[in-house]
Design a protein around this ligand. Structure first.
Ligand SMILES: [Zn+2]
Length: 345
């Protein structure tokens, strides 16, 4: 996903939380700052944020999965029914995989794991680390954040001036986290086949197809154009307008959030496990999108966008809906989880 699409996903997630009446104080904090999503939700892909192999370097950023031969204990087997349980039927990935029969039992009985250079360096770890730190940073929030989170943080008044988290900074962290969550729903980011690489004729084209639907109003220049010096009241009105614009995009992706359930993480999951299973589901979707029999793992064959989707492709429409619905929903779920964690008194 490019900058426009990442910005839209983050802003649409605020709107979804608002529409479902969830975590009202989080919405209160994020909405007036919605425009900043164009920076925050894009930072992880900004080249400067990858310097020195730091937080957002590619190793920490995605989780590309592939079959493995040696797995005697079957640790990396996840059968379809198990995966669906870990995903939950409130997600479109569940529906997409339930409706599929191209991945047969033989496929589901095999072992698949991340193509990870150094142990532990991947999307789920990055998002887990970030969300853990965010809880601390929210607890150390300034007076505005403090007023939004119930309970008192007695040490906060001893903290040096300037060390407490400003709401702009907290929003920035939420937007950054949304990037990783969105990437976990992007098929090309979860499949180690060469054909999913950025310049291989599919990945870039798919991202362009999405950003065209999102539209220019979510471009950085459009979102930041009127930013400076808004009063609080102006920022609130502005937030409403931007959220309304974000809802308008739904039709382009065939999205209907009317029945969306922003649940908790799946039973027994933390952010890490939740994202591991989402990436595993997205890898399965990638293996349907570019059928694994036609484009075997480990081969160099390309699967160009036009070949896979052609004109008016129903596969592409299903993919648009599943990817965008889940990217927005998953962001809202994990955002809500973090906010609720620090909001228990
Ligand atoms: Zn990315």
């Amino acid at each position: 996903m490019n900058q426009r699409t990442h910005s839209w996903i983050a802003i649409r997630s605020i709107a979804l939380l608002e529409d479902r009446n969830e975590v009202k104080n989080l919405v209160k904090m994020l909405k007036p700052l919605a425009r900043l999503a164009t920076i925050g939700a894009w930072v992880p892909d900004d080249i400067d944020a990858k310097r020195g192999g730091s937080g957002s370097s590619t190793d920490n950023h995605i989780l590309k999965i592939e079959p493995i031969q040696y797995d005697p204990a079957g640790r990396f087997v996840c059968r379809k029914a198990d995966l669906l349980n870990h995903i939950g039927n409130h997600r479109k990935a569940y529906e997409f995989l339930s409706n599929d029969s191209s991945l047969d039992d033989d496929w589901w009985n095999k072992s698949y794991r991340g193509d990870v250079d150094r142990p532990g360096q991947h999307l789920a770890n990055r998002a887990m680390a970030m969300s853990t730190m965010m809880k601390d940073l929210l607890l150390m929030g300034n007076e505005t954040i403090d007023a939004l989170i119930p309970g008192s943080i007695r040490f906060a008044r001893y903290m040096a001036k300037g060390t407490r988290t400003e709401e702009e900074a907290a929003a920035m962290y939420y937007f950054m986290l949304s990037h990783f969550i969105a990437d976990s729903c992007m098929p090309c980011h979860c499949d180690a086949r060469k054909l999913q690489g950025y310049g291989e004729g599919l990945h870039k084209e798919l991202e362009e197809h999405w950003s065209k639907a999102v539209g220019k109003q979510f471009e950085k220049s459009a979102l930041l154009g009127t930013l400076p010096d808004m009063t609080e009241a102006e920022a609130a009105t502005d937030g409403n307008e931007i959220l309304a614009n974000a809802r308008q995009v739904d039709a382009k992706f065939g999205l209907d959030f009317g029945q969306a359930v922003i649940g908790d993480l799946q039973k027994g999951h933390d952010v890490w496990l939740e994202l591991i299973f989402i990436c595993r589901a997205t890898f399965s979707i990638a293996s349907i999108m570019a059928p694994f029999r036609q484009y075997p793992y480990g081969s160099e064959v390309k699967a160009p966008f036009d070949t896979l989707f052609g004109q008016n492709s129903s596969l592409l429409k299903q993919l648009d809906t599943a990817t965008m619905y889940d990217a927005v929903l998953n962001t809202a779920i994990i955002w809500k989880y973090i906010w609720n964690k620090v909001s228990v008194d």
